[in-house]
Design a binder for this molecule. Structure first.
Ligand SMILES: [Zn+2]
Ligand SMILES: [Zn+2]
Length: 174
């Protein structure tokens, strides 16, 4: 069984997704060790990663993007691992140095824009200005709160059909 989030740690095993761990009494017969390890893996193989455990900004575990200790300014975000064409369009327009108007075309794109303006609300001004040059951005800006609510509602499920459909109604699917 493949479960890379279940690891051997301190005289035992730990599940990096739910945070639970076991310790085996040492010394232990190797057969018992293997059997107990396998049982632990089986129990935790399908543990879901809690949302936010992996920081989308710096790709380290243990904090949510909103609490990221290293990506704590819009400029640090620009250097982060969470940029995409549409979120860059917001940021560069906000900074007054971009002429591109790419809008998000799927929930992954949307997520990058969502995190950027959620963490740095002042950057929202860039989206407002994009709306002056792009009809799609104008509609996204107008309906931003509604889209964010859909995004947050569907986030724990791992797919976002409602968000995707609503984005399409607002013109992001071309
Ligand atoms: Zn677990
Ligand atoms: Zn981080």
């Amino acid at each position: 069984m493949k479960a890379e989030h279940v690891v051997a740690r301190n005289n035992g095993a730990a599940c990096l997704h739910c945070g639970r761990s076991v310790e085996f009494k040492m010394p232990i017969a190797v057969d018992d060790f293997v059997a107990m390890s396998n049982a632990f893996v089986k129990t935790h193989a399908k543990c879901r990663k809690p949302s936010g455990e992996l920081c989308a900004f710096c790709h380290r575990y243990g904090h949510w993007f909103i609490d990221c200790p290293t990506v704590d300014t819009p400029s640090a975000w620009y250097e982060s691992r969470d940029t995409g064409l549409s979120s860059l369009a917001i940021y560069l327009t906000f900074r007054g140095i971009g002429g591109k108007t790419e809008f998000p075309i799927d929930p992954d794109d949307f997520g990058r824009c969502y995190r950027l303006v959620k963490r740095f609300p002042e950057v929202m001004e860039g989206m407002a200005r994009l709306g002056e040059r792009s009809k799609v951005w104008a509609r996204l800006f107008e309906h931003w709160d509604e889209l964010c609510a859909l995004f947050e509602e569907e986030l724990p499920t791992g797919s976002a059909p409602k968000l995707y459909a609503r984005m399409g109604e607002l013109g992001t699917h071309g």
